[in-house]
Structure formats: structure tokens, C-alpha cells
Ligand binder design. Structure first.
Ligand code: ARG
Length: 745
């Protein structure tokens, strides 16, 4: 599962205070839990062994010797060590990395054009020289982690305000990180766990030259498209291959032609022995966030408002993008990644709402809350310590209600709506810079000029990336459609005044408004922006109507954020107490912390399931199913002619199996592992520490899994590594990659 970057991107951009760490715990049910590698020996190892694991605890996680954890990488595009959008694993002693096709999708899209359409045709580098650099893409290795709870808590007191508490945590975390960085050699980060009850330091080494090596055509890597997304039975070869490069001395370096393939501490052997029902399976990776401690009030707000609103806004975005993508193959490439990302979490929220309702998660949460309240009420000490928790949370959600809709809209329909709004907003800082250049004298003037020059150069660079995948007609349609929706559905007194005035000026005709604004702004056209960069005038920006509008929306967003901040602080405090009380109430239960983009391991087994009354789903699919689903008229279900030929000849090589005397090729399989967004591309590993598959999705019947784990229904969908190798070798003709792997057969 790919981590959604929606809120993160905006929060970073607007810098509205620190991100609130999310947390919750897992109950003591088999398979539930994304465990911290550092504690596996103490908490999980005995269980793991009972379930079939053959490795020692030191072979899993060891900071002094190489261990399995050294083969796991967090993939980021500028957000390491804070967050990772996907996971990858090292599969050769030359730094070869496997991850998902949908994790490499952005990079494939960026390298694609009508002449070289790697999305449609796939990409295979036949030599090191043909491997393609990817600006900004990084791969991080975890060097070590450490419990720093005591050190952080020593700076906190029970009676300090939440603001003072946050400040103290930030300060001590900064000190700890500085010590651990070894003068910039490492990227350390302190993260909060269990709602701010525990703190851990993670020290990473980040590699910045990560090249694209191979990917199947979308007809394999994205087979089934949005129709099959988040669902089983699945037939997707969702994999993509990168390679980590280092400076000739082995140290991390940014892209340089002279860099060499990395020599990793550990790489995973690849098993082509196949998987059986009940086989031990574990997944290592970087799950982004879960909310297993979310209270009934939070769940209710998601069901009633946040989720359906997000879905309805995305319905429109998707429809408008699709119209243009279908009409023009060039736009189809430009918007492929934007469309896929929007569609992925559109369907996620539909499924999550459905799951929360069907599985009666609100009632489940209410029962937990009632029993906790009952426990708290039993002694005066507990009452003094935890008595307020539920009330604070309840009241907080009550208070959020008046601004929640506007906040969802501002983020989904405006800031992430038409792209021109954020793009022009990001240039507004130039106005102040130019003012400084005008006013300053002497040395200050020179300094200000230098600063301005730098900012303009960065704008130029940003513009290059932006316009490459920007179609003004499409964006204009998004602008008119989404802003009309905002205008109609948000109480007018909550809308920015400048916006309402503009709408009045155009008599509520959003098409007309869009036409004029895109005509007048310098941001809709690369030539006009370049003219501005060559001869920048503050006035040009000050009267640019798109900047005026963007700034009005930014102000609205900030003021909602400001209004929500103290409310959120109270909810967070309530949550922290709630979680602490829950753990105290069940002292014998092992709790796993919520996902927070740190390395985790989940262990379970290969298993089928019963999705509904009278329905059984087997634990694996085969290439036969690809042929059953084929539909040449539907782009989601096209089958590559060469793949069909291989199927017809049953040319599966050593990757095929006999099932009831027939030659078959397994495509995907299921495990009981507990994963979430960010785990995409994670290795599925057998009892011997060998790679058997790549985790890539969750299943429809358990889409509420990020909030409440459902052991009977929740499965991880994995691409079978034999299908991956088959595609590389037989469809891609890229045997050189197989030859550098360690194959266990
Ligand atoms: N649901 C998968 C995830 O979040 C993404 C699968 C990509 N496929 C697609 N049709 N968009 O990781």
C-alpha cells in the first residue's frame, strides 16, 4: 500500500506548526501488530518460532553485525528521515532493489513521453549504463534505534501546558538528533509512540543516487487498474526495480556518472520454492500511519463527514482529468501519476467508510471506551489521573464539527484542487523579497539581491518540473468545477472574502472566472513566467489575480488551522491519557504501537479467507486468471500479446508449478500480515529469511483495517516473486538481473 502524501505535503508547505504524531495500539490478537524490530526478541520471537521461523533473533535485527533489517530500505522523495512513501528490499550484492510498480510509477511517468512510453511499454535497462537517475529519490537504511523515553520524559512535567510540553519535546529531540548525526553522516529522528507516552530515536543512512532499472508494462504492473485496486482476487505483477549507487568509496552520494553500484551489508535470497497455505510469512517495512486507538467520536466524524466529502470531491477531479486524458495521449501521460494517486485514496475512503459501517466499528470502540471508563471509575487515583480523558476527546470532536467541512474542502478541493493555486501561492514570497531589494541600501541590498536571485532560480527550476506535466485546459476545468463546489457547499461566512467578491464579479459563472484568471495570471503559461523571471517586478505579482486568490485561500486555511490547533491539542492530550489508561488496564497484553513511518515487522502466515456468507477465496491466483479477465477494449484489462504467447506455450521455465497435472504460474498470494500505506513494496519473507513476494495491497472486506484490525477478514495481497522473476526473464528479457540475485530453489 502506498502512503498518501496529501496532508503531509500541505502541512509542510504551509508550515502550520508541527505535524501531530498519530498513535494507537494493537490488541493481543494473532497477526495484528506492526512491531518494532528492536523489541522482536523480547516480545515476539517465541511466537515467531512457534509459527515456523528458522532464523535467530540476531539474524533478524542486530546493530553490530549484518542482519535482515539491513536489506530493508525506506523510499522517499525529499521527506527522509521523516517519512517514507514506500518500502524496498535489497536483492543482490550490487544494490538491486525491488519495490512495487505503483511506487516507481511517478519516476516511470517522469521518464515517459510519447516516444518512450515506459508506462505503457515497460522499461528494461540492459546494462548498468542504461539505468536511469531519478532526481530527489532516496533510499534510507536503518542503522539503529534506541529507546529515549526516559531522556525525553525527564524534561516533562505532569502540570506543564501542552504547548510547553511540545516545545520541551522538540528541544530535547533536537539535542538527541544532533548527537546521533555524527556530523551529518547520519539522518537521525526522534519519533513519538503511543500518543506521546514513549519516544524512540531512529538513525538512518540515506543514499541519494537511486536509479531505475526495470519495470513491466502497466498491463502487468497495474493489471486490473482501479477496478481491481484494493481487492482480491488479484492478478497484478506490481513490481519495479531500482538500484542504489554510491561514491566509488562506498559512501552515499548524489547522482554522479562515476558512482558505482552499492555493496550492501545484506541482501535477501530469493526463493522460488513457492508458498503453501499456513506457511510462515513476515513482512518488514515502513508503514506510514494507522489509527488503531481512534475513539468512537473520531470514527463517527470520518463516517459522517470527512470520508464522504473527500470522496465526492475526488469524484469530480477524476472525472475531469479522465475526460482530457482519454481525448489526448499526451495528456494521458502527463496526468497518469496524478490520476492514479487521486484514484487510489478515493477508493480507499469509499472502502474504509463501508468497512467501518459493516463491521460496526463505532460500537466496537464504544464498548472499549465504556469498559475503560468503568475501570477508571474504580479508584480515586485513576480518576485523578485519567478521569478527564474521554471527556476531552468527546468535547474536542464536538468543537471540530464547525470547521471540519471547510478544512477538508480547503485541502482537497482548493490547495490540492487546481494545481495553479499552490503553484502561484509558492511564489508569493517573492513580493517581500523584491520589497527588500528596493528598500535596502549598501551591503544589505547586495545580500537581498543575492537572495532574490536564488529564489528566482528555484522558481525557474520548479516551473520546469511543473509545466512538464501541466495542461492548462485541464487545470482550468478543475478550477471552475472544484471552486464552484466549494462555493456551493461551504457556508459563505467561512469562505475567504476576496473569493466571494470575485465570484460575485463574475455573477457566479465559474467558467468565465476561470477563463479570465488564467488569461491574466503569469502562472498559466511558461513563456509569461519566464518573462517575469527575466525582468521581475513586485507589481506584476501584487496584481496577479491568481496570487490574490491563492493568498486569500491560504489565509482561510491558516485561520481554520489556528482555530483547530487548540482543539486538536486537547484531543491529543485526551488520547495520550486514554492510551496510557488502556495499557495500564491490561498489563499482560502486548501492545504494538501505531504505524508512524518507522521500521516495523509483522508476522503471520499464508492464508485463504471467507469474504462473505457462503463465499470462499483461495490464497493464490494464477496467470489463467489474467486471461479470464482480459478485455482488449478496457485499458485496465489489456493483456500483452507476448504474455499471451508465453501463457499459450506454458513457457514458465523454472517458475511454474503443476496443479492437478496442469502447468500453472502463480501470480499473487495472501498472508495474514498487518500492513498499511508505506508498506508498498515490502518484502514478504519466509521462515528461512528468503524473499517469497512483494506486499502491495490490502483487501476490500477489511478496508477499515487502519482503524480496527479484523483478523478473520484482513489480508495482505502479495505479488508472488516467481511471477516477478518470470516477467523479468521471459517478458522483459532481462536475465542479467536474475543472474545477480541469490536464488534458492
Ligand atoms: N492500493 C494500492 C496501494 O495503496 C495501490 C495500487 C495501485 N493500483 C492502482 N490501480 N491505483 O498501495
Amino acid at each position: 500500500m502506498l502512503k498518501s502524501l496529501r496532508t503531509l505535503a500541505i502541512a509542510l508547505l504551509l508550515a502550520v506548526g508541527a505535524l501531530v504524531p498519530r498513535f494507537s495500539v494493537a490488541a493481543n490478537v494473532p497477526d495484528e501488530g506492526m512491531w518494532l524490530p528492536m523489541f522482536v526478541e523480547r516480545l515476539n520471537y517465541v511466537d515467531m518460532q512457534k509459527m515456523g521461523l528458522k532464523l535467530t533473533a540476531q539474524e533478524l535485527y542486530d546493530v553490530n553485525h549484518s542482519s535482515l533489517k539491513d536489506a530493508i530500505v525506506g523510499l522517499a522523495a525529499g521527506s527522509a528521515p521523516n517519512g517514507y512513501f514506500c518500502t524496498g528490499e535489497i536483492v543482490s550484492d550490487q544494490g538491486l532493489v525491488f519495490t512495487n510498480h505503483h511506487c516507481g510509477f511517478n519516476n516511470l511517468q517522469e521518464h515517459s513521453s510519447l516516444e518512450h512510453d515506459y508506462l505503457k511499454d515497460g522499461f528494461w535497462a540492459m546494462s548498468y549504463e542504461e539505468e536511469l537517475p531519478n532526481e530527489g529519490l532516496t533510499a534510507s537504511f536503518l542503522v539503529r534505534m534506541e529507546d529515549v523515553t526516559a531522556r525525553v520524559k525527564a524534561t516533562l512535567t505532569d502540570d506543564m501546558t501542552e504547548e510547553a510540553r511540545a516545545e520541551a519535546i522538540e528541544k530535547i529531540s533536537g539535542e538527541i538528533q544532533k548527537e546521533a548525526s555524527d556530523n551529518g553522516k547520519y539522518d537521525p529522528i526522534v519519533k513519538s509512540f503511543f500518543g506521546g507516552n514513549e519516544f524512540y530515536l531512529f538513525v538512518y543512512q540515506t543514499y541519494r543516487d537511486v536509479r531505475l532499472v526495470g519495470a513491466p508494462p502497466s498491463s502487468v504492473g497495474k493489471f486490473g487498474g482501479d477496478t481491481d485496486n484494493w481487492m482480491w482476487p488479484r492478478h497484478t505483477g506490481d513490481f519495479c526495480i531500482f538500484r542504489v549507487y554510491t561514491a566509488p568509496d562506498g559512501s552515499p552520494a548524489t547522482y554522479n556518472k562515476a558512482n558505482v553500484p552499492m555493496k550492501p551489508k545484506h541482501h535477501l535470497p530469493v526463493s522460488i520454492k513457492g508458498v503453501q497455505k499456513d506457511d510462515y510469512a513476515m513482512i518488514w517495512g515502513y508503514p506510514g500511519s494507522t489509527d488503531r486507538f481512534l475513539t468512537s467520536f473520531g470514527v463517527q466524524l470520518a463516517i459522517d463527514e470527512s470520508n464522504p466529502t473527500t470522496v465526492s470531491i475526488r469524484d469530480l477531479k477524476l472525472r475531469l482529468m479522465k475526460e482530457d486524458m482519454d481525448a489526448d495521449p499526451r495528456i494521458n501521460i502527463m496526468y497518469a501519476a496524478k490520476y492514479a494517486g487521486t484514484a487510489n485514496y478515493w477508493k480507499y475512503f469509499i472502502g474504509q467508510t463501508r468497512g467501518l459501517k459493516r463491521l460496526k466499528v463505532v460500537d466496537e470502540k464504544k464498548a472499549i471506551e465504556a469498559s475503560l471508563m468503568n475501570w477508571i471509575d474504580q479508584t480515586p487515583e485513576r480518576k485523578a489521573k485519567y478521569g478527564d480523558a474521554m471527556h476531552m476527546i468527546k468535547q474536542g470532536y464536538e468543537e471540530l464539527k464547525s470547521t471540519n467541512l471547510n478544512s477538508v474542502y480547503l485541502s482537497e478541493a482548493v490547495l490540492q484542487g487546481p494545481e495553479i493555486i499552490l503553484f502561484s501561492m509558492r511564489s508569493s514570497g517573492l513580493i517581500d523579497l523584491m520589497g527588500m531589494v528596493d528598500k535596502a541600501k549598501g551591503e544589505d541590498k547586495i545580500k537581498a539581491q543575492e537572495k532574490l536571485k536564488g529564489a528566482l532560480a528555484r522558481l525557474q527550476k520548479r516551473a520546469g518540473d511543473f509545466y512538464k506535466d501541466f495542461n492548462v485546459g485541464t487545470d482550468k476545468k478543475l478550477f471552475a468545477g472544484l471552486l464552484a463546489m466549494y462555493y456551493k457547499n461551504i457556508p459563505q461566512e467561512q469562505q475567504p472574502k476576496a473569493f466571494v467578491k470575485m465570484v460575485d464579479k463574475y455573477d457566479g459563472d465559474f467558467n468565465k472566472m476561470a477563463a479570465e484568471l488564467y488569461d491574466k495570471t503569469i502562472f498559466a503559461d511558461p513563456n509569461r513566467l519566464n518573462e517575469f523571471i527575466a525582468d521581475p517586478k513586485a507589481k506584476t505579482l501584487q496584481k496577479d489575480p491568481m496570487i490574490v486568490l491563492a493568498l486569500a485561500f491560504r489565509e482561510a486555511y491558516m485561520s481554520v488551522a489556528q482555530e483547530q490547533a487548540p482543539i486538536q491539542t486537547n484531543i491529543d492530550k485526551g488520547n495520550r491519557l486514554f492510551i496510557a489508561a488502556l495499557r495500564e488496564m491490561k498489563p499482560d497484553q502486548k501492545f504494538a504501537p501505531d504505524a508512524n513511518s518507522t521500521m516495523r515487522v509483522t508476522y503471520g502466515k499464508v492464508l485463504d479467507y471467507y469474504p462473505a456468507d457462503a463465499v470462499h477465496y483461495d490464497f493464490f491466483t494464477t496467470l489463467d486468471g489474467v486471461m479470464e479477465k482480459e478485455d482488449p477494449k478496457n485499458e485496465e484489462f489489456i493483456v500483452d500479446p507476448k504474455l499471451k504467447e508465453l501463457f499459450n506455450k506454458k513457457d514458465y521455465g523454472r517458475y511454474g508449478v503443476k496443479i492437478n497435472g496442469e502447468d500453472r504460474l502463480v501470480t499473487c498470494f495472501l498472508t495474514t500480515n498487518d500492513i498499511t500505506g508505506g508498506n508498498s513494496g515490502s518484502p514478504v519473507i519466509n521462515a528461512n529469511g528468503e524473499l517469497i513476494g512483494l506486499a502491495f495491497d490490502g483487501n476490500w472486506e477489511a478496508m477499515s483495517g487502519d482503524i480496527a484490525f479484523e483478523p478473520a477478514l484482513q489480508r495482505t495481497i502479495c505479488a508472488d516473486v516467481r511471477y516477478v522473476l518470470f516477467i523479468i526473464e521471459k517478458l522483459g528479457g532481462c536475465k542479467r538481473l536474475i543472474d545477480e540475485m541469490t536464488i534458492a530453489q
